[in-house]
Design a protein around this ligand. Structure first.
Ligand code: FES
Length: 169
């Protein structure tokens, strides 16, 4: 009888140990899948295009960095495409030469400075550097908050109709 109980206890303990092992493996696998990866994808250094690909007009979208590269007075700047109001993705409108947020209508000039709308500041900026391979790298781990409303470093007029207006009609 005592021997039988011991065998039962051993089996229960073995089953419990097996269940704990399976649960632990599940937790580890989940953590391994979900933890942020260093230097890959968003949150790291994103390899982009050669500096020559960023012209004096327009904006070059870098999807992997969720950012745009623009050349302002000869300097290349990386603007976050996350709206500083409530976080919508802000596309660049070629016809108006503006970044236009489709959610609540914030409008930014090509330097990411707030022209109108409910955003509390301009678009945030990421550092950009030229790598040893000659390509531009955007550091998405670091950013500088966009400038306060009313701050303008460029004076580029709108070049045409707003994309938001066009799509509304
Ligand atoms: S999220 Fe862009 S204006 Fe509201």
């Amino acid at each position: 009888m005592n021997n039988r109980m011991n065998r039962r206890e051993v089996l229960v303990r073995a089953w419990q140990a097996g269940a704990a092992l399976v649960a632990g493996a599940g937790v580890w696998t989940t953590w391994d899948l979900l933890r942020p990866a260093k230097n890959s994808g968003l949150g790291g250094l994103i390899r982009t295009v050669p500096p020559e690909a960023v012209g004096d007009t327009g904006a070059v979208e870098v999807l992997a960095a969720r950012a745009f590269l623009v050349r302002i007075d000869g300097e290349i700047v990386a603007l976050s495409e996350t709206c500083t109001h409530l976080g919508c993705r802000v596309p660049f409108c070629e016809s108006s030469n503006r970044f236009e947020c489709p959610c609540h209508g914030s409008v930014f000039n090509r330097a990411g400075e707030l022209i109108s709308g409910p955003s509390p500041r301009g678009l945030d900026r990421h550092p950009v550097e030229v790598g040893e391979d000659g390509l531009l790298y955007i550091d998405t781990e670091s950013k500088t908050p966009g400038v306060a409303p009313g701050t303008f470093t460029i004076d580029e007029p709108s070049t045409g109709p707003s994309c938001a207006t066009e799509s509304d009609h």
